[in-house]
Design a protein around this ligand. Structure first.
Ligand SMILES: [Zn+2]
Length: 285
């Protein structure tokens, strides 16, 4: 397991954000898991409330590392960590550090947690993402989802000296806006997969290397009409596909914005500008 810690301005010299303690916490939680493929990046931000983490269970390349959604723009500011391997699995965690501990936090899955220090919160967050890594990469915890990941993370934290008092609560989106946003996004992805079921299945059935045409992008439309090549499918339930554009860049592209190149020739008519909510060009577990 490789660990990189990035810190925002003003946080570099603070003792409670000590690199060694962060690395020790991650090592303790990961003990017993095969993390040889894993790179963990921790962002400590000079903000009040940010708290998000993602496990990328598909292989990530250095080219894909910088592609993030708008709320993770700080990734570009910090730049990629030095010495990234050509292919790796990634867990990224970001914390707003303008907060004091002990404190209660509530996650998007309805767990209210009493964290004695930042390290307790870190242990829980990493445990949750590591559970996804263990499931999808190591083949452990078959079929287990978010709630199982939360329970496992609480158990791991409690077993390793990062104890948490944990209470199951009904989420009130009015008080935890992040919850509402995450659930909305999950619903949106499921609806998208239903709406484009046949199209997604067609793209998924194409062999790796198949030529594609990009019909829409979330930027300044600079890729629209350009060819791309399928690298591979992402995991089941993803609405994106790993593709390479002619400039050599790799992307996780929304499949509703791709056509098989041969089909495009038949369809000929320009593809209408999508009114769907914008999808990000990157992959998040
Ligand atoms: Zn999760």
């Amino acid at each position: 397991m490789r660990v990189h810690v990035f810190k925002g301005r003003g946080l570099k010299s603070c003792r409670t954000h000590d690199d060694a303690a962060i690395r020790r916490t991650l090592r303790v939680i990961a003990a017993g898991s095969d993390t040889r493929e894993l790179t963990v990046v921790v962002y400590l931000l000079n903000r009040k409330s940010f708290w998000e983490a993602h496990a990328y269970t598909d292989h990530v390349t250095p080219a894909v590392f910088q592609h993030t959604g708008p709320s993770w723009n700080f990734v570009k500011r910090f730049g990629p960590p030095p010495g990234l391997r050509p292919r790796f699995r990634l867990i990224r965690m970001a914390f707003g550090m303008q907060q004091t501990f002990p404190r209660w936090v509530t996650d998007v899955y309805g767990w209210k947690l009493r964290c004695e220090s930042f390290l307790n919160l870190l242990a829980y967050t990493f445990g949750h993402e590591l559970h996804h890594y263990r499931r999808y990469v190591l083949g452990l915890h078959p079929g287990q989802g978010e709630q199982a990941a939360c329970r496992w993370a609480i158990q791991m934290a409690n077993q390793t000296g990062y104890g948490l008092e944990a209470i199951r609560v009904k989420i009130d989106p009015a008080t935890v806006p992040r919850c509402a946003e995450a659930l909305r996004r999950k619903k949106w992805i499921s609806a998208l997969c239903v709406k484009h079921k046949d199209h997604f299945e067609l793209l998924r059935s194409l062999p790796d290397g198949a030529p594609l045409i990009i019909t829409h992008d979330s930027g300044k439309s600079r890729h629209v009409g350009m060819p791309a090549f399928k690298i591979r499918n992402l995991k089941k339930g993803s609405y994106r596909m790993s593709v390479r554009t002619p400039d050599g860049k790799e992307w996780f592209w929304p499949m509703q914005w791709l056509l098989p190149a041969t089909l495009r020739e038949v369809t000929a008519a320009p593809v209408k500008k999508s009114r769907e909510r914008t999808g990000f060009l990157f992959a998040v577990k």
